[in-house]
Write a protein that binds this ligand. Sequence first.
Ligand code: KIV
Ligand code: ZN
Length: 506
Amino acid sequence: MDKVIIFDTTLRDGEQAAGGTLNVQEKLEIACQLEKLGVDVIEAGFPASSPGDFEAVGLISKEIKSSSVCALTHANFNAVDRAWEAVKGAAHPRIHIFLSASDIHLIHQLKKSRDEIMKMACDTVARGRGYTSDIEFSPMDASRTEPEYLYQILRAVIDAGATTVNIPDTVGYAVPAEFGRLIEGIFKNVGNIHKAVVSVHCHNDLGLAVANSLEAVRHGARQVECTINGIGERAGNASLEEIVMAIRTRQDAFNLTTGIDTGQIYRTSRLVSELTGFPVQPNKAIVGANAFRHESGIHQDGVIKMPITYEIIDPRTVGIPSSSLVLGKLSGRHAFKQRLSELGYTLSEEDLNRAFTAFKELADKKKHVTDRDIESLVAEEQRTVSEEYHLDRLQVTCGDRGIPTAAVRLIGPDGKTLEDAALGTGPVDAVYKAINRLVKLPNSLTEFTVKSVTEGIDAIGEVLIRIESNGVTYTGRGADTDIIVSSAKAYINALNRLLAARGRSG
Ligand code: KIV
Ligand code: ZN
């Protein structure tokens, strides 16, 4: 069976999603999980776009051993050099050069002729080849490019040394039959196409990214560019989990395979959602909360008798925990560690100790601690690492008569204790005002959402916020059984990210 190369661009196109900024450590954490997932190529960032991206690509390149690490670049020599500088430490480095090819882009955006574009493409591919033998070229907006010109540019870049040619449906305009014909046309009309891997990169503006990618695969494409949970620019990219599970579940239709360890899919989806702050919609295929829940009596009856009646995928295949084992306050460290490992977490001794203490505190407040509680708790613990400010104490008075008042104690830089209090229009407003008096980082709150992670009155409440400072958005999350505490933690988390980003850019 032929293998489809899975090229994950969660850290590049995924991070381009509005409001989805990740810090360097978070990118590294996702990259390590993608490697565990078994993706063939990790597009780690766009080094010329920001110092943060340059640093992240460099760090990921040093850490990742089995997946290729790819750096995206514009088609100019300086940017190609910078991409190489960032990715050269990787065990398997790749440079990915992109340049618009459609007349729409050439006339209205780049104001360049087709010949000029052709030359820029070939020159920069050759420049990249001087650094590494793994070069990918993307003629941007390929699905709206005149096919004859597209064939010419592909022939030329392959002659110049491109080893992968990627066909982007940049604006999500294609429909499956037409996109399949485009790929077929490329195989028929580009004489040297056998010297390169044909890749596709589909956006989801019409909700067709996965369908278009699969149709391309049916016509011979052997690399698919995709993201976890389908996040990405505008409506997002093709979702990795849907592509992989379609190929696996419908082997009869595709007769293809991927190198993905599907048991890591759920865990990866949760991590990406957690760190980007983009929730997964409940009805999302493969990883949504309802994807394997059966509500109607007829369906439940069928699944009890034989799961295959209404379930085309065993949820355990994608790593959805099936255990009904519930931990409580009498559960010991060993049971806790065991459950963590079943959920796919391997923590250092120090992290395990911290997580166990948090688990015990939670078990005191909550009778049954479920898998979702544990995941949320571990994520919460991981968030508190390398914080400049940490919430130590919080006291709030509110109600329909009094003036909402908050007193806050933070542990700040160098372990210094900082305390202040403020009045607000509501308890969260009072808390945020008190924190502002201590941290003094001007920003505006652009989004505030609260959701319950688990069921019941004692559920953990998770708060997601976004703040904006100097035109940049920072996400913060916090979880606790008390939603005012979650709100304070989320705000401090966002402020810490803002501070970390400022520190990086000097
Ligand atoms: O959508 C697109 O065309 C891209 C390219 C950089 C491959 O993201
Ligand atoms: Zn894209």
